[in-house]
Ligand binder design. Structure first.
Ligand code: FRU
Length: 446
């Protein structure tokens, strides 16, 4: 069947543009996903708002439309990214009110207002008045006017907030604030690292099984064959007594940026990313159809005893599997998108989707390689350094693929644009199960 590029598993807008996941939380029996939303244009121009989706189970969603518009002098040029924090019967939403001033609003020392704004809600969509908590004058003097993306959590009876920032010396950093009442915030400390770019966006500090992590989305990193291959990056540091150690990229594919995590009611830490990236060097073909971008699948995070995070699709997605069939090395099968392939691997592999793309492992190197310009938008290959390949899980939607390698130690995500929803899949080196997949449900209440 001709592919209309409308996905079955991924959250995406009906029209307009989506970028970062925002305000992720579980509140009053439902998961809430807010997101950066430009309703006026599939290229992200015009008003920047928060859209809202909610779900009892991460499978059936209701799309609730726009809940925050840039309608005050303190956020007139964008309700930028932020977070959700649940306390008692109230959801506190913190975001950046972006204000572009006359002249060059990207001049480092001036031209942009970056306000931390709070709204509260009792039901997830009716919002209180907006209250500005921090303005540029409240940030350390060494900061440029690029300060944004608050993420709030509670620890030992105190509230904490991290903000992403760029110093006047063009160094990316995170600002850590503390508060006793969620409204009055005091600067505590700055985190930074050498050779890690000029700006850190969308910070997220969290703990899994006693291990503390700081996720950042740095801009301006040096690109290597295996590392930081995209224009902007995303990854996490393990924190030891407040010191940042070992930066690990979240995703080695083409399309991943600005992830955010939250805690599910059963204690799992779940992460969504934007399955896209700013300033991409290609035109996503859905732009002509009036929309662009999507979020990643929700991923559950666990931690190894050596302090690395494993990412895997949330187990709820297993309920979408149907018509399981064995798939073995040498098989060639026809299957409709979306599908899920889970396999053990011994040695090298070559998994090919028609002449769209191939996943290769050879000589300790994993490649996600496009085979046609039309299916990739003109992009070529992404690499991961994987000395030993043990297992692989591929979830292919109608216009994207997410590859989970070695139990989720490495993930590679990419948008793809096949012309047809039926794929000829050839598999060398894998032995496992291939499932067809039902889609998630998204009902519109807009
Ligand atoms: C990350 C980002 C954030 C900002 C938002 C604006 O993609 O640039 O830093 O708040 O997008 O949409």
């Amino acid at each position: 069947m001709k592919n209309d590029l409308r996905q079955k598993l991924h959250l995406e807008p009906k029209s307009g543009w989506i970028n970062d996941p925002n305000g992720l939380c579980y509140f009053k029996g439902e998961y809430h996903v807010y997101y950066q939303y430009s309703p006026d244009s599939p290229t992200g121009s015009g008003r920047k708002c928060w859209g809202h989706l909610k779900s009892p189970d991460l499978i059936s969603w209701r799309s609730m439309g726009i809940v925050l518009f840039p309608d005050t002098t303190d956020d007139k040029d964008g309700v930028y990214s932020g977070c959700g924090f649940v306390k008692d019967d109230t959801l506190y939403l913190f975001y950046t009110g972006n204000v572009k001033e006359e002249g060059d609003h990207d001049y480092v020392t001036s031209g942009r207002g970056a306000n931390v704004i709070l709204v509260t809600t009792k039901n997830g969509h009716d919002m209180s008045d907006k209250k500005v908590l921090l303005r540029n004058s409240d940030y350390p003097e060494e900061c440029s006017c690029h300060v944004r993306d608050p993420k709030v959590w509670e620890d030992n009876g105190r509230y904490h907030m991290v903000l992403g920032a760029r110093t006047l010396q063009d160094k990316g950093c995170v600002l850590h604030y503390v508060s006793d009442d969620l409204e009055n915030w005091t600067f505590l400390e700055k985190y930074t690292a050498d050779d890690m770019g000029y700006m850190w966006e969308c910070p997220d500090e969290f703990v899994i099984d006693g291990h503390r992590f700081l996720s950042i989305s740095p801009q301006g990193l040096v690109h290597g064959k295996y590392d930081n291959q995209n224009v902007y990056s995303s990854g996490y540091y393990r924190m030891e007594n407040g010191v940042l150690t070992d930066f690990t990229e979240w995703d080695k594919g083409f399309d991943f940026y600005a992830p955010q995590s939250f805690e599910a009611p059963d204690g799992r830490r779940i992460l969504f990313g934007w399955e896209g990236i700013g300033d991409i060097p290609y035109t996503n073909p859905t732009t002509e159809l009036g929309w662009q971008h999507c979020l990643t699948l929700p991923r559950e995070l666990t931690v190894t005893d050596y302090g690395k995070i494993l990412q895997n699709p949330v187990r709820e997605l297993d309920s979408l599997r149907k018509n399981a069939a064995p798939i073995n090395s040498g098989d060639t099968v026809k299957i409709d998108l979306p599908f899920d392939l889970a396999a053990k691997v011994a040695g090298d592999i070559k998994v090919r989707f028609d002449n769209i793309l191939q996943l290769l492992h050879q000589n300790g190197e994993f490649r996600l390689e496009f085979l046609s310009d039309s299916a990739s938008g003109g992009r070529d290959v992404r690499y991961a350094d994987i000395p030993e390949l043990r297992d692989i899980r591929i979830i292919a939607d109608k216009a994207s693929v997410e590859v989970y390698i070695n139990g989720g130690e490495t993930v590679m995500s990419a948008r793809m644009y096949p012309e047809d929803t039926e794929i000829t899949l050839s598999a060398e080196g894998v032995n496992g199960t291939l499932y067809e997949l039902d889609g998630i449900e998204v009902i519109s209440d807009e």
